[in-house]
Design a protein around this ligand. Structure first.
Ligand code: NAI
Length: 466
């Protein structure tokens, strides 16, 4: 039976949910206060990857001499670079608008506020004041950058990722607060574009929570790139000194001042529910600001669903999109859920890092009997021809059943390679399944096959002591 559904937020969770709801025969209205596509398309995944690709190209050009190719010194026209990035964003957000329209989804512009459990008032946008009623309401309002005390992101002296993706010039010295996903992706990108970069990270190492073997490769790469990484460091305040900015930070217990040209604060994101009037719908966020949902993405008010960043970690676009598909199916009377073990994570550092399933620490915590196998890209002909031999593929498997529990990769194109591992875990594949699969030669995915062989001490292209 066709339902009347209101989706609040048109990011990768909300717009995907809306399109699937329409495909399943529902009447859909999407409310968006800003640009279609949300953080991902406008100020996140897509623009960052465009600029990161530009940085990688510059870096390749610098190292092409090893291949016998020389260029003049490459120059960066920041204006043109940002224009190119914005054109990609424009094409994609336009595409989302077209898709919503073609699927018959109505888009209403403005801020949505619950006025009751089934009604939402939209105001402040191009469409004036509108009241919408839904049999179901889907909350997909996403997240916003966290501001730490002393560092409110004004996008001028202190950038959030939004400012960091729209530079007017490349800063001489950039101080990045937070050595997580965004901090390292953008920090490495600015280093390639010519900035001196200092990263201030509160915890004892980069990328807390990620597989430590992989992080070690990234930490070595930071050193090679001459990016200074100060760990156990808390940024406290900043002041202007002429045209420079001076950041005061507590580094391993001692205060230190760092003079720079620009500050980028990337200390995490928090779910966004301000102004939604959740109480009017009978809802409240938990102590971390998330809306709690069951495995079908239902909040405690059964006809209201929450998906994407607002519904809990990990705050990843593809996790939000998957939740959008699940919620749309459930609303349409088709029970569905997804397996959280199958949410891959990809980090566009240099080299790239990617993982899916459990980390070795998590497997140990669960007390599981496990095996691991790794294959280094240094032994891959394809990686050599790309001049990108840092890193490896590591597979963790159940020692009793041979089932793949986790795959962690660092190295060339691993953000693409992780798809095979994700499919393997989704299908409950064993290590033997991967090892027996013929992988085309010469390609990077051969490293996945060899890592699988390595779990059984049968890798052909590395020597493993019997
Ligand atoms: P994050 O949680 O990855 O990293 C924040 C870092 O800041 C942590 O390492 C933390 O220890 C550090 N930190 C916190 N307070 C600090 C302080 N006062 N001084 C110094 N360090 C401090 O958050 P990030 O990088 O902002 O990313 C936000 C979200 O966006 C992530 O949850 C991630 O899932 C998502 N994202 C995903 C990407 C991808 O899929 N490739 C890329 C970028 C972001």
């Amino acid at each position: 039976m066709s339902k009347n559904v209101v989706v609040i937020g048109a990011g990768p969770a909300g717009y995907v949910c809306a399109i699937r709801l329409a495909q399943l025969g529902n009447q859909v209205t999407v409310v968006e206060k800003d640009a279609l596509g949300g953080t991902c398309l406008n100020v996140g995944c897509i623009p960052s990857k465009a600029l990161i690709a530009a940085g990688a190209l510059l870096d390749k050009a610098r190292h092409a001499e090893t291949m016998g190719i020389t260029f003049g010194t490459p120059k960066v026209d920041v204006g043109k670079l940002v224009e190119w990035k914005s054109a990609i964003v424009g094409k994609l957000t336009g595409g989302v608008g077209g898709l919503l329209k073609n699927h018959g989804c109505k888009v209403v512009r403005g801020d949505a506020t619950f006025t009751g459990p089934k009604t939402v008032k939209v105001s402040g946008g191009a469409d004036g004041d509108v009241t919408l009623t839904g049999d179901h309401i889907v909350i997909a309002t996403g997240s916003v950058p966290i501001n730490i005390p002393g560092f409110t992101c004004d996008e001028k002296d202190v950038w959030s990722s939004t400012g960091g993706l729209a530079p007017t010039e490349i800063p001489g010295h950039l101080v990045v607060i937070g050595g997580g996903y965004i901090g390292l992706e953008l920090g490495m990108m600015y280093s390639k574009l010519g900035s001196k970069v200092t990263v201030l990270e509160a915890s004892p190492g980069a990328l807390p929570g990620q597989e430590r073997d992989c992080v070690k490769v990234i930490e070595r790469s930071l050193k090679k790139m001459k990016i200074e990484m100060l760990t156990k460091t808390f940024a406290k305040s900043w002041k202007k000194k002429g045209s420079k900015t001076v950041v005061s930070a507590e580094v391993d217990g001692k205060m230190r001042e760092i003079e720079c040209d620009q500050v980028l604060s990337t200390v995490g994101r928090r779910p966004f529910t301000e102004g939604l009037g959740l109480d009017k719908a009978g809802l409240a966020v938990n102590d971390r600001g998330f809306l709690e949902v069951d495995s079908q993405l239902r909040t405690k008010v059964p006809h209201i669903f929450a998906i994407g960043d607002v519904a809990g970690q990990p705050m990843l676009a593809h996790k939000g999109s998957k939740e959008g598909l699940v919620a749309a199916a459930v609303i349409s009377g088709q029970p569905d859920e997804y397996d959280v073990r199958c949410v891959p994570a990809v980090i566009f550092t240099s080299p790239e890092m990617a993982s899916v399933g459990l980390t070795e620490d998590q497997v140990k915590e669960k007390g599981l009997e496990y095996k691991t196998g790794s294959f280094p890209f240094a032994a891959s002909g394809r990686a050599m021809s790309l001049m990108e031999t840092d890193g490896f593929v590591k597979i963790i498997s159940d020692a009793k059943t041979d089932e793949i529990l986790g795959v962690h990769m660092v190295g060339p194109e691993v953000t693409e390679l992780i798809a095979e591992a994700t499919l393997a875990i989704e299908m409950g594949a064993t290590v033997e399944d991967i090892a027996r699969t013929i992988h085309a030669h010469p390609t990077l995915p051969e490293a996945m096959m060899e890592a699988a062989e390595a779990v059984h001490k049968m890798a052909v292209h590395i020597y493993q002591k019997p």
